[in-house]
Design a binder for this molecule. Structure first.
Ligand SMILES: Nc1ncnc2c1ncn2[C@@H]1O[C@H](COP(=O)(O)OP(=O)(O)OP(=O)(O)O)[C@@H](O)[C@H]1O
Ligand SMILES: [Mg+2]
Length: 363
């Protein structure tokens, strides 16, 4: 068990800066997720920690040891790859047992651990097959098994659940998380699925274009995103963003979207005024923080329904804001036809204001 720290890590591929001064520390026993869109540098970061890629700049520590010059086999990490490579000529059993055999563990212990892991991954009945006789999701679980069967200092996992169906994925998320807690093994886990990151992580590093945009626990990312990128990446449906001009009237900040005039609460206004109110801002509000009703209510605005998406337990209501479409989430079934008039209200205690120029969160 050990912490993993990277400091000012840089990796270039020709002109592409795949990883651009990334620093973070996964504490001893922590489940840290690297989350970000395709191509943002997640796999490259993980491969550098595993020792499969050499950084152009920066330092990597496992425990208190600088490991930059240590070969992969001496780093005591187990990595699950995005494109899981199994040994094609070995049966599933032998694929999973392999890391234990090279460590020369006694046969009965190997057998016990292989069966334990196979049970956890629900692949017990596949132990006698060859990889080519498995589906993609089954192969992925075997690859995961090969990492889990060892008890290394660090787990590095690159989208290990991407090929599983929705139900199995939810089951495996919970199982992996439980196992990680139980073993207390520091884990760095890569995904582009924000729901997976939010449910599994102790903390999440949100990456974009080779950089970390914010590193925080899931609640912090949801309630206090540092910028529009994080705000838009966390949560589904995504946060609504509306351009607005801002000015101060009687000690409160008033946002004008061209259609709505939104008067911010006193405390938020104070914070904003103290740091200086830019004239152009982005107003951000999550769909679940927009109240929808057929009747007018205090503070509501009239809006026109564009389309509704009934999901059973909730309804997503798309409504028009000038040429743009905003989304509201209604907890329950909401019947409305396109063009119908509704009333919407912003729960301003959950609203966000970003600087339009920098994208940074102001309040
Ligand atoms: N071996 C390589 N040679 C050249 N460019 C590479 C190489 N590996 C990665 N890249 C580039 O570096 C950037 C980061 O790639 P990386 O694989 O780390 O992204 P990722 O975040 O894991 O994406 P995904 O979610 O699609 O797996 C991309 O622009 C990619 O094209
Ligand atoms: Mg990747």
């Amino acid at each position: 068990m050990a912490r993993v720290a990277v400091k000012d890590l840089v990796k270039r591929f020709g002109k592409v800066v795949a990883v651009d001064r990334v620093s973070f520390e996964a504490k001893d026993g922590e489940f840290l997720v690297l989350l970000g869109p395709s191509g943002c540098g997640k796999t490259t970061t993980l491969r550098m920690i595993a020792g499969l890629e050499t950084p152009d700049e920066g330092e990597i520590y496992i425990g208190d040891r600088l490991v930059n010059d240590l070969p992969p086999k001496d780093r005591d990490v187990a990595m699950v790859f995005q494109n899981y490579a199994l040994y094609p000529h070995m049966k599933v059993y032998d694929n999973i047992a392999f890391p234990l055999r090279i460590r020369k563990l006694p046969a009965d212990e190997i057998d016990r651990r292989v069966r334990e892991v196979a049970k956890l991954l629900r692949i017990e009945e596949l132990l006698d097959r060859y990889p080519r006789q498995l589906s993609g999701g089954q192969q992925q679980r075997v690859a995961l098994g090969r990492a889990l069967v060892r008890q290394p200092q660090v787990f590095l996992m690159d989208e290990p659940l991407s090929n599983l169906d929705a139900k199995l994925r939810v089951y495996m998320r919970a199982e992996l998380k439980r196992l990680q807690r139980e073993l207390g093994i520091t884990t760095i886990y890569v995904t582009h699925d924000q729901a997976e990151a939010m449910t599994m992580a102790d903390r999440v590093a949100v990456m974009n274009e080779g950089k970390i945009m914010q590193l925080a626990d899931p609640a912090e990312l949801y309630f206090r995103p540092a910028n529009t990128f994080v705000a838009g990446f966390i949560g589904a449906p995504a946060m609504n963003f509306v351009d607005a001009s801002a000015k101060v009237e009687d000690d409160t900040v008033v946002l004008d979207t061209g259609i709505y005039r939104i008067r911010l609460p006193k405390d938020a206004s104070e914070v904003l005024i103290k740091q200086g109110v830019p004239s152009e801002v982005i107003f951000g509000i999550r769909p679940e923080h927009i109240t929808v009703s057929k009747q007018e209510f205090p503070g509501s605005f009239a809006a026109e329904v564009f389309v509704t998406e009934p999901l059973g337990s909730e309804t997503i209501i798309d409504f028009k804001h000038g040429d743009a479409i905003l989304k509201a989430k209604y907890p329950g079934h909401f019947e409305a036809s396109p063009g119908e008039k509704i009333y919407i209200g912003f729960q301003l205690q959950y609203a966000h204001v970003f600087d339009k120029k920098t994208g940074k969160a102001l309040v």
